[in-house]
Each structure stands twice: as structure tokens, then as C-alpha cells.
Design a binder for this molecule. Sequence first.
Ligand SMILES: NC(=O)c1ccc[n+]([C@@H]2O[C@H](COP(=O)([O-])OP(=O)(O)OC[C@H]3O[C@@H](n4cnc5c(N)ncnc54)[C@H](OP(=O)(O)O)[C@@H]3O)[C@@H](O)[C@H]2O)c1
Length: 274
Amino acid sequence: MPLSGHSLAEQYPTALITGASSGIGAALADLLVESGVQVFGTSRFPGRPELAKSVHWLEFNGDSEEGLSEFIEKNSKLLTQIDFLINNSGSSYFGKASEIPDEILICQKHLLLESPIAITERVLPAMNKREKGVIVNVSSLAALFTLPYMEDYSSAKAALSAFTQKVITENPDSGIVIIDFQPGDYRTNFNQNIKSYGERDDSQNRVWDQLEKNLNNAPPPEKAAGDILGAISRGKSGTVRSGSFFQSKVAPIGHKILPRALLNWAIRKYYRLP
Ligand SMILES: NC(=O)c1ccc[n+]([C@@H]2O[C@H](COP(=O)([O-])OP(=O)(O)OC[C@H]3O[C@@H](n4cnc5c(N)ncnc54)[C@H](OP(=O)(O)O)[C@@H]3O)[C@@H](O)[C@H]2O)c1
């Protein structure tokens, strides 16, 4: 529902942001706190002194079944009370899938897919009862354009977008605004936190250089946070793309109209793959 006449904090007094310690999550936490919203933020290390004092910190490690269950159990009441959920926690691995240990790929799928699904399912029934709420699942433009040597990241994000569309389809006219947020590159700590596996060959080095170049030239995460709030104020569920003009506007049109084989060729050219 659009915010017409109500401030964000009046409409949505409490928010939960997973991964609020850095990047997009931290920028969004700042904006929400400034707007008067009470923000609960998660981190794997909630005791770190550098974390914002204006956020209520909760411990959450989403890369395992145990971490997720512990978080849900400890915060079961809160999950029925929050008005605004942002499933944002994320990280990735880089390398040939065959060289990344299976258990690491499982952790990644857990963090990027199983955790946001489980948390969404915990908050939805109460939001449905109140006929009000916001759910933002932070996916990626990588859901449309597969990132080479980060295939599992791309496929988890594509699956998260599919899940979010399912939630939108199942909850029409519910009063809940549900957003499949697909950012392009943003200048955060994301690449710094990527762990590499295996020895990089020339083509991996070229892809990595391009990923680094993209992130270094990308807009700051405050823009992504502003785009999320802009989408909420419009009050409509759906996909929201955000980032540079090329990534948020031009590339998605290419994805819509070009044959897949041509897109894959363009991706190979872009990353200078042989
Ligand atoms: N930056 C981009 O270009 C970009 C583009 C498309 C999509 N995204 C998506 O945007 C989201 C935010 O990324 P960012 O760019 O802001 O990166 P970031 O600065 O590295 O922030 C990542 C956040 O995720 C949390 N996190 C990492 N591993 C976690 C784990 N195992 N369990 C729970 N939380 C964990 C971190 O919290 P702690 O370290 O405190 O636990 C941190 O707050 C991610 O889902 C990412 O996939 C980013």
C-alpha cells in the first residue's frame, strides 16, 4: 500500500535487516533509523564495537541449518512482530565449481536461498493477519546474467527471485509489499569477502579483473538503499532493478529481447572468455 499521508515509521515501525553490518544493509539501516524506524540488524559478530549504536544487533549466521534454526528459535516472537523484512545477507565464492568443496557450495546455498526463504515464511503469516508489511529479498542482476566462476551464486540468486515471485503471486491484495530487489554492482565490501578456490588460470584472472573494475566504478550502496525505499513508497509488489543506468535499465531490456544464445555470447565477450 502506498505511504500516502503516513510517514514510513508510522506505516512500518519496526524493521529487520539481515546483514546490516556493511554495504547495502548498513546503508538501508542508516536510512530507516533516520526515518524513525526501529531497526533490528543481524551480523555474525554482533558484539563488534564498530557496529552502529542506533541498531539493535542480533546474531545470525545463515550459512548452516544450525545457525538458521538458532536465529529463528531465539527470535520467534520478533519475527511475528516486525513490519519490514529485508533479507540481505550474502557473500560468494569464486572458482571452478569442480574445485570448490561441496560443503562450501551447500553453505552458500543455505545463506543465499534457504535462509531468506525460511525467514520470509516466518514473518508472512503475521503480516497477512495485519494486512500490512514489507518484504524485500535482495537478489541480484546475476539472476539474469550468470557470473562466470560464480555459477552457484548466480543460480541461488535466480532461485531466490523465483521464490519471491511465488510469494507475490500467492499474496495478491494482501496489503504486503513484496519486492524482488535485483541490484547491479554496488561499491561495497562484497568482492573483498569473496573467497577463491583453486589456482586461477588466465580466463579466471580476466573475469576477476572485470568484476573488480565493475565494483570499483559502481555507485555507492546508499543509492541501492534509496531505491528500496522509493519502491516501498510506491507501494507495489514486483521486481525492482537498481544500479548504473546500463545495468539497471539497458541490460534487462537486452535480457528480455535477445535470444539466449546471443546473450551468452555477449557475456563471454564482456568477460573476455575464450
Ligand atoms: N555489492 C554488489 O555489487 C551486489 C550486487 C548484487 C547483489 N548484491 C547482494 O546484496 C547483498 C548485500 O551485499 P553487499 O554488497 O552489501 O556486501 P557486504 O558489504 O559484503 O555485506 C554483506 C552482509 O552480509 C552479511 N553476511 C555475510 N556472510 C554471512 C553469513 N554467513 N551469515 C549471515 N550474514 C552474513 C555480512 O554481515 P557480517 O559479516 O557482519 O556477518 C554483511 O552485513 C548480498 O545478498 C549480495 O549478494 C550485492
